[in-house]
Design a protein. Sequence first.
Length: 362
Amino acid sequence: HALRAGLLFKAIGDTAAARHVYRSYFDRYKKAIASGRSDYQLMGSGAVAFLLEADLPQLEVIQTLEEFAKTQGPTLERQLCVACLGTLYMRVGDYQKAKQFQQGLGEFFSLIAKLPAGGRSAGWKHLVEAIHLEPKGDSPDFTIPDQLLEVAQTAGRKDFEYIARLFRAQYHGKYGRSDKLAAEYRDLGSPVEDDWMIIGPFKNRSGFLRTFPPEESIDLTEAFKGADREIYWQAASDGVYDGYVDLRELLRPSTWAVAYGVVYVNSPDKRVVQFRLGTDETSKLWLNDELVWQSYRKRDAKLDEHMVTVALRPGDNKLLIKVTNTDRDWGYYLRITDENGEGYPDLQFHPPTGEKEELAVR
C-alpha cells in the first residue's frame, strides 16, 4: 500500500508526499527488524517490491537487509533478502559483492519451487534487472539461469524452465549473440520484443470497454491523441530480452493508461496452436481482427497464465493485444506453442511493415 500510494502521489506530481510515504514506511520497517521480528509481512513479496521500487537510499536499504539476514535461518524470508541484496549491490556498482549473493540463488529457487507460480513482480523482474546491470566480461556468466534450470528440472517446474531459458536469452542479447537469441526465442515460441510495434498511452477511462483507433485499423504512419500528448507507433525495444514487453518502461505516463501491441506471425500452413499469455493488467487479444481472448482482472503478469487454442491461417496472421493499467507494473508475455508448451521452429514473427497492413490470406 505504501508503494502504491507513493506512485500515485508521483503520478500527480507530488514528489514530496511520495518521499514522505516511503520514508515513514521504511522507518517503521527498520524498527520492526530491530525488534527481532521475522515474519512474512516483514520480508514477503510486498516488502521486497517496496524495498526495491520505492525511492529510498540504496546503501541504507542494503545495511538494513544485511542486518535482517544475519538473524535468520535458512528460511524463504532470508532467501528473499539475499535475492534483494544481489540486485541492490548491482545498482550501487559493487559487482563482486552482488555475485557473492547470486552464487547462492539455487537455495532461493528451490524454496520458491515449492510454491504456486509467481508473477513477474514477485521477483523475476529484479533478477532481470540484475542481469541487465551486470558488467560484461569476456563471455556470458550463466550462473543465474543454470541454477534456475537445475531446480526446474529437479522439481518438474516447466514454468521455471521457460524463465531460465529467457534469462539465457537475455545474456545472448546482452552479448550481441543475435543467432543464439533468435534460436532461444524461436524454441520458446515468443516474438523477440523488437518484433512488436506498440502505441500508447491512451487515457484509461473505461479503457477495457472503450474502442480506440488500433482496434479498427493499423496504420503505422498515423498519430493519435494520447493521455497527455500526441502518440505514435514505436518498436517495443526496451533494451532487455526477457520475453516481456515492458509497457511501463516504454510508455509515459503509465498510470491509468491503455496501450496496444501488434505483431505478425507467418505460418507455412493452417495450424492449431496455443496462445500462452500473461498480462498486467486487464487485456484483450485479437487474431486476424477476431477477438479470441479477454481478461478483466487486475493482477501481476505470469508467464503462460492463460492458454487459448486457435487456428493460424497459411501466410501472415495479425496479432493485436490491448493492455490497460492503473498503477505499478504494466506489460505482457505472449508465446505461441504446441500443447506441450514448445515453440514451432517454422513459425516466423515480424512487425508490421507499412501503411494500412493487410493480411496475406483472407
